[in-house]
Design a protein around this ligand. Structure first.
Ligand code: GLC
Length: 440
């Protein structure tokens, strides 16, 4: 990621992570001597790991198998979590706030640290893993996993948005890979008019976190942002947001995207593209592996990957929302030594290479990410990622879920035609203001 540095500065700016990190050195909460539980090589027993399926391609089982082979005294009991990040979080919040000791370890979204940490529902891992442990990750990832001077999660893999396209259809119609959103729209219409494909473009338009991710990309491309840097004022009721939302809605009204896209999460968008019904797909890195798995896909060998387009007149490429998943530890777990062994292993070269090479997930460990980005046999998203621009969500506040639902619920209402774009943004702004009044 050549421009990652810029993106990291942006993360720091938007999440206040710079402040949080500098607080880290001076905070009296920070233990400089990790507890003895970090010497975990002799750990044993069974631990429960909650993780969502990610895509239908067996990532979790592959990780469990490799870990158990490396640490035969520890068994992992995999518990399947919901695919939708919001339902996954709600389920965990219920369990953890009731004081349950299960799951021991959970795979959680990169947007969760502030909320879980503020409510004491996750173990501060920086109290158990030495500062040398965190140096393997890009600093922005550690900043994103931090809250008030402690690091709460170990980055497992990074996600970002990509444009997947049908190489064969573009070749047939002599069309280039689109670099602007306007071009994507007109190319889609050409392909549809020529009866080469049913839909132009599929993406995530349902009322859930994934829609906040998609909206953030158009908003950043249009030069806007959802809240100010100090998290005091919503900035979503803006000409840039009107442009972003207007374009998203025009994808539907023009028939380039099906009306049903306003109910699509990642699995429905991927299934539509993988069945050959759409020319373009916006999705995360793992969608590559999914599209190249014959059991799930009829477009194996016909798919190209590119950075996301931007609006005409802006510099290419467009922005990609920063996503990804971390490993978190339950503070009530009864087997911390085994938990930490698993967490540490998840950032080993072996685990990170499995995630990158076999499942097209972007490694969080810098040395592995850089090695795979240069390897011509690596899945394309990992190589394309080097030239992209990243945009974080404003998740540095414990109230992020409310901020985000104000975005996605109102954007979705406009997409489904029940309110105008300007009404949707005015309501979003109003709801965000009340979420922000809760402070960081
Ligand atoms: C992906 C991203 C995650 C995001 C989610 C939205 O799983 O990694 O960060 O919140 O999609 O659906």
């Amino acid at each position: 990621m050549r421009r990652h540095r810029g993106a990291l500065a942006l993360i720091a700016a938007m999440t206040g992570a710079g402040t949080l990190l500098s607080a880290c050195g001076s905070s009296n909460q920070t233990s400089t001597t990790p507890s003895s539980s970090s010497s975990s090589s002799s750990a044993s027993g069974t631990i429960t790991w909650s993780a969502s399926p990610i895509a239908q391609i067996g990532i979790r089982a592959a990780l469990v198998k490799a870990f158990e082979a490396r640490y035969p005294k520890i068994k992992i009991n995999l518990v399947s979590a919901p695919t939708n990040t919001d339902s996954n979080r709600a389920q965990l919040l219920t369990q953890l706030s009731a004081g349950s000791s299960s799951p021991d370890v959970f795979m959680g979204d990169v947007i969760w640290p502030a909320q879980f940490a503020a409510h004491g529902l996750v173990l501060p891992l920086s109290k158990h893993l030495p500062s040398s442990y965190w140096k393997r990750f890009a600093p922005g990832l550690v900043a994103g996993a931090s809250y008030k001077g402690q690091v709460y999660a170990s980055p497992l893999y990074a996600d970002q948005g990509f444009l997947y396209y049908r190489k064969d259809l573009l070749a047939k119609a002599h069309l280039p890979v689109p670099r602007t959103w306007e071009q994507l729209m007109s190319e889609s219409q050409t392909l549809q008019k020529d009866h080469l494909v049913t839909y132009g473009f599929v993406w995530q338009g349902a009322s859930y976190e994934g829609l906040t991710c998609d909206f953030m990309e158009y908003l950043a491309d249009a030069g806007g942002s959802p809240v100010n840097k100090s998290y005091t004022t919503p900035t979503i009721n803006s000409p840039a947001a009107i442009k972003a939302l207007g374009f998203m809605r025009s994808l539907i009204t023009s028939g380039v995207s099906p009306q049903a896209v306003s109910t699509f999460q990642e699995p429905q968008a991927m299934a539509t593209f993988d069945s050959g019904k759409a020319a373009f797909l916006r999705n995360w890195d793992y969608a590559w592996s999914n599209s190249q798995t014959p059991a799930n896909s009829s477009v194996v060998g016909k798919v190209g990957v590119a950075p996301l387009p931007t609006f005409a007149g802006q510099s290419y490429p467009g922005y990609s929302t920063i996503g990804g998943w971390n490993l978190y530890v339950n503070p009530h777990s009864k087997n911390l030594a085994a938990d930490l062994t698993f967490v540490k292993w998840s950032s080993s070269t072996q685990a990170q290479t499995i995630l990158g090479k076999t499942y097209s997930e972007i490694p969080t460990v810098e040395s592995v990410r850089q090695a795979l980005a240069k390897d011509p046999t690596t899945p394309p998203p990992l190589r394309v990622a080097s030239g992209t621009r990243l945009i974080p969500r404003p998740s540095g506040t414990a109230n992020y879920p409310k901020l985000s639902s104000a975005i996605y619920a109102n954007v979705n209402a406009a997409l489904s035609g029940s309110v105008s774009d300007s009404q949707a943004l005015a309501t979003a702004s109003h709801q965000m203001k009340s979420a922000l009044s809760g402070g960081l």
